[in-house]
Design a protein around this ligand. Structure first.
Ligand code: ZN
Length: 411
């Protein structure tokens, strides 16, 4: 495949596998403004698959930064009602959402994170319907990436801008299985493998998992009762069809109990959070909450995450990724969670996925929380997996089973 053919194959993959566009369905794309050519390609294939209408919202890191620098705090405290109506309305119409990300990892470096936290909080409040439907797979959605110059320049700082762009495109292609042949059957086989892992883990119903490695992680996380491990493809509740919420995706993940995490977790990769890099950090947990933390770099950004709301100090996701995954095999720090979280085992601070508990999607927030589910405006993944990671699960009856040995599946 030529470089241009790979771009076409990727655009077609997002439409066909990513959100599985249906005849007569509306497709909403968000895309960095400088990647407009790629969004046109996605638009074309979406129409070819029968989309009713494709609407694109172009986003720009630079103007967002200006807003944070110049606009008053009060602006960020309220999300416009008309915008909430638009997005909640799309969600209720069963629109397929394609979110192309390509942010400058340092776009918000030094920005007022109080404003940003307020923005995340007010948006989450106003878009409750949208987020509820998203997390319970009430519509099809896909997050995938497109290179931008600012991003490529941070990933490959020693290359000239054109070479950096080409290298980032090629790394993205490799992680989403674009190469020789049709990527579609490869994705279906990958989804089947992750579904098999999820099924076995769900059958075990571990009470807790104990993580250790040479970085100094010594950590036990309790899982909620009736948890479900998920991974690979997602199923749209409305039409029962497969889609991929993330591309790439290498993880299987479940719901930790919000009050059952104890010990020390050491980060294994830097965390790129809203333009800030948080590096070499340690989180100490007691009874599910972060009670102490430190970071060699970006401690303030880590503090901002933890202080967003009460739920930001508790865990909402526990994910297993074997080492080395196709993402880790690229040997590139993407500075973008979509990729870096698929490089290694990780957890997320903040809200849980309701579908990670049997019947969770039908529960009220209060019911879910009473059973150990976590709520927050945040959901921030951070990586802890290493090539020497060991994870031992304890069953409800006290029996132990090794889940991970030397960074990869032990079953
Ligand atoms: Zn994850």
């Amino acid at each position: 495949m030529t470089f241009e053919e790979k771009k076409e194959a990727y655009a077609r993959l997002l439409v066909k596998a990513g959100v599985h566009v249906r005849q007569g369905q509306r497709v909403a794309i968000t895309c960095p403004v400088e990647a407009y050519e790629f969004s046109r390609l996605v638009t074309k294939y979406a129409y070819e698959e029968g989309a009713l209408e494709v609407v694109t919202e172009f986003l720009d890191d630079v103007t967002m930064r200006m807003k944070l620098d110049y606009a008053p705090q009060s602006l960020f405290e309220t999300f416009p009602a008309w915008n909430a109506l638009r997005l909640n309305g799309y969600a209720k119409e069963d629109t397929a959402f394609i979110h192309l990300v390509g942010n400058d990892p340092e776009a918000l470096k030094g920005a007022d994170m109080k404003k940003f936290s307020a923005y995340i909080r007010s948006m989450h409040e106003a878009l409750q319907e949208y987020y509820k439907m998203q997390s319970t797979m009430g519509f099809k959605w896909n997050v995938s990436a497109v290179p931008t110059r600012a991003w490529a320049g941070k990933v490959f700082p020693n290359e000239n801008p054109d070479v950096a762009m080409t290298r980032l495109w090629n790394s993205i292609f490799a992680t989403v299985r674009i190469g020789d042949g049709d990527p579609f059957p490869k994705w279906m086989a990958h989804a089947d493998d992750l579904a098999m892992r999820s099924k076995r883990l769900t059958e075990w119903q571990f009470d807790s998992l104990h993580y250790t490695n040479s970085l100094g992680t010594d950590f036990t996380v309790g899982l909620v009762k009736n948890h479900r491990w998920e991974g690979g493809a997602d199923i749209d509740k409305t039409d029962g069809e497969r889609f991929f919420a993330n591309m790439p995706t290498e993880e299987v993940f479940t719901m930790p109990h919000r009050l059952r995490a104890d010990g020390v977790l050491k980060s294994s990769l830097p965390l790129a959070y809203q333009g800030n890099l948080i590096e070499d950090f340690t989180l100490t947990f007691r009874d599910g909450a972060v009670v102490d933390f430190d970071a060699r770099k970006g401690k303030e950004a880590l503090q901002a995450i933890l202080d967003t709301d009460e739920g930001s100090r508790h865990l909402g996701e526990c994910a297993l990724v074997p080492y080395p995954s196709p993402v880790a095999a690229e040997g590139v720090l993407f500075l973008e969670t979509l990729f870096d979280e698929n490089a290694a085992c990780h957890f997320a601070l903040g809200r849980c996925f309701e579908t990670n508990m049997s019947g969770g999607a039908e529960m009220s927030d209060e019911e879910l929380e009473a059973l150990g589910g976590n709520h927050s405006a945040n959901h921030v993944d951070f990586m802890v997996g290493t090539e020497d990671m060991k994870i031992v699960g304890t069953l409800q009856n006290g029996m132990k089973i090794t889940v991970f040995e030397n960074g990869t599946w032990a079953f």
